[in-house]
Design a protein around this ligand. Structure first.
Ligand code: UD1
Length: 422
C-alpha cells in the first residue's frame, strides 16, 4: 500500500485547481440508469471511487466511456441486462446504494447489497428504504441484499424525512422523476451536490422544483432523455486546500468553486484569523498573522459546517492559539484522526461527539495511519505545518477522494512525495 511523506515547514504559494465534486459525480453517474439515451458528464474527477461506480454501472449492463483522461464520462444505459448490484463492488463504497432508486424507477426491480464505505458510523439505509416504500416499492432484506420491487411502477407521494440525508434525498428524487404523479420531499438535503443532480435531471427532461431548499417537488414524467452536464466543483476538495495555507502559511488561490459552496466553513476560517477573499477564478486564502485562533465548530447539514471538513479543521485547530471544541453531529464515530494527530503532539480529548483541542505551538512529524478518506488528508495537512517528516501510511482511502494530492500540493511548494507500496 502506498504511503505519503510530508516534510513540514514550507510556506505555500501559487494556485491549486479544484476538480469536479466526487460526491456529485457519484450521484450523477447512476442517473444514467434512468434513461435509455446517453448521459455525458464533463468536469468529472479522476478518483478511484469514480472507477468503482464505473465498474458497478458496467456490471448492470451500462456502458461507461472515460474520455479526456477521465475528465469526461460518456455513459449509456441502453442495454441494462442485470438488476443486481453485487456485494463485491458495493462493499467498497457506500455511494453504490445510489443505483437503487434509478434501477427501481426504470426497471421496476432492483437487488442492491447493503453498502460498506468509510468506517465512520453505522450509516443505515432506513431513510432510503422508507422513501422508496412511500413511492410504492416493496423492499425486503434477504442475505445482506435489499430486494426492491415495483412491478406496476412507482407512484408519487408526500414524504418527510426524519433527517435530511444526502443519499436518501438523491435516491428518492431520482426515483420520483419516473413515478406517476407528483412527489413532495420534505426535509430534503440542501447540499450543492443535490442542486447539481437536479440540474442534470432537469436537463434530462425531469420536472423538479425547490432544489437547494428543504422541500423538493417532483412531477413524474414518462421517460427521461439524454443530456450533457458539467459536474459542480468539489467543495470538500476546495475546503481541504483552503486549510493548507492556513496551516503552512503563505497564500494560495483555489481555482474553481466559490465561497457560496462553503458558507459556514468560510465564516469559521475568518473567525480563526485566516484571510479568505473571493477572486475572479475562485478563492484566495492566506495566513499572514502567525498561528490561527481557536474557534468552536459544530458539523451540520448544509449550509452548516460540513462533516467532511471536520478532520481537516481539527488539523488546523491543533496548532491554533487557545482551546477549540469540535462537535460532530452527523456521524457518531468520526474522530479517528484525533489519536493520529495526538501522535504528532496534538492535545486533544474526545468525549462522545465532542473533541476538545488545546492548540499547541507546533506539531512534530511522526508515522501515522490513515483511517478514512477525510482523516487521511487531515494528517497530510497537519504534516505541512509540522516540524520534520510525517509519514502517512495506508493512503488508499485518499485516492478514493483526492486526485493527485501530492502533485497539487507540491505545485504550490509543499514538500510531499508518494512512496509506492506493494
Ligand atoms: C454523503 C456524502 C458524505 C458526507 C455525508 C454527510 C456522498 C457520496 N457522500 O453521505 O461524504 O459525509 O453525505 O454530508 O455524497 N442515515 C440514516 N439513515 C439513512 C441514511 C443516513 O440514519 O437511511 C444517517 C447516517 O448514518 C449518518 C447521517 O444520516 O449519520 C448522514 O448520512 P447521509 O446524509 O445519508 O450521508 P451519505 O449520503 O451517506
Amino acid at each position: 500500500m502506498d504511503s505519503i511523506i510530508v516534510t513540514g515547514g514550507t510556506e505555500l504559494k501559487g494556485q491549486i485547481p479544484i476538480a469536479g465534486a466526487k460526491n456529485a459525480c457519484l450521484a450523477l453517474m447512476p442517473a444514467t440508469l434512468l434513461s435509455d439515451e446517453p448521459l455525458t458528464l464533463t468536469n468529472a474527477p479522476r478518483l478511484s471511487d469514480i472507477k468503482t461506480m464505473t465498474l458497478l454501472l458496467e456490471s448492470l449492463g451500462a456502458e461507461v466511456r472515460s474520455m479526456q483522461e477521465g475528465r469526461v464520462l460518456a455513459m449509456s444505459s441502453h442495454d441494462l441486462n442485470n438488476l443486481t448490484a453485487d456485494y463485491d463492488i458495493v462493499r467498497k463504497m457506500r455511494a453504490s446504494n445510489l443505483v437503487l432508486g434509478p434501477l427501481l424507477a426504470r426497471a421496476g426491480h432492483a437487488v442492491v447489497s447493503l453498502p460498506g464505505g468509510c468506517a465512520i458510523g453505522a450509516r443505515p439505509m432506513d431513510l432510503h428504504i422508507a422513501g422508496l416504500e412511500a413511492l410504492g416499492a416493496q423492499i425486503e432484506l434477504k442475505d445482506g441484499y435489499l430486494h426492491a420491487d415495483a412491478p406496476k411502477g412507482l407512484k408519487g407521494a408526500v414524504i418527510e424525512q426524519r433527517f435530511a440525508s444526502v443519499g436518501a434525498t438523491e435516491n428518492i428524487v431520482m426515483a420520483a422523476t419516473l413515478a406517476k404523479g407528483s412527489t413532495v420531499l420534505k426535509n430534503a438535503a440542501r447540499e450543492p451536490e443535490i442542486v447539481d443532480l437536479v440540474k442534470c435531471l432537469r436537463a434530462m427532461g425531469a420536472q423538479i422544483a425547490g432544489e437547494g431548499t428543504a422541500t423538493i417537488e417532483i412531477q413524474g414524467v414518462d421517460r427521461l432523455h439524454g443530456a450533457t452536464h458539467p459536474v459542480v466543483a468539489d467543495r470538500i476538495e476546495l475546503g481541504t486546500y483552503m486549510i493548507a495555507p492556513a496551516i503552512a502559511g503563505g497564500e494560495v488561490e483555489l481555482v474553481g468553486g466559490g465561497m457560496d459552496l462553503l458558507p459556514a466553513f468560510c465564516e469559521k476560517l475568518d473567525a480563526a484569523g485566516i484571510v479568505v477573499t473571493p477572486t475572479e477564478k475562485g478563492i484566495r486564502v492566506s495566513r499572514s498573522n502567525g498561528r490561527a485562533k481557536a474557534v468552536d465548530v459544530k458539523t451540520e447539514v448544509f449550509p452548516g459546517f460540513p462533516t467532511d471538513l471536520q478532520a481537516q479543521m481539527m488539523a488546523l485547530l491543533a496548532t491554533a492559539k487557545g482551546t477549540s471544541v469540535l462537535e460532530e453531529t452527523i456521524f457518531e464515530n468520526r474522530f479517528m484522526h484525533a489519536p493520529e494527530l495526538m501522535r504528532m503532539g496534538a492535545d486533544i480529548e474526545v468525549h462522545g461527539g465532542h473533541a476538545t483541542v488545546k492548540g499547541v505551538e507546533r506539531l512534530k512529524g511522526a508515522p501515522v495511519m490513515a483511517t478514512d478518506l477525510r482523516a487521511s488528508v487531515s494528517l497530510i495537512l497537519a504534516g505541512l505545518g509540522a516540524e520534520g517528516e510525517t509519514m502517512v501510511n495506508r493512503v488508499y482511502h485518499l485516492d478514493r477522494g483526492y486526485e493527485r494530492v501530492e502533485e497539487k500540493l507540491s505545485a504550490v511548494g509543499a514538500r510531499i512525495e508518494r512512496v509506492k507500496g506493494e
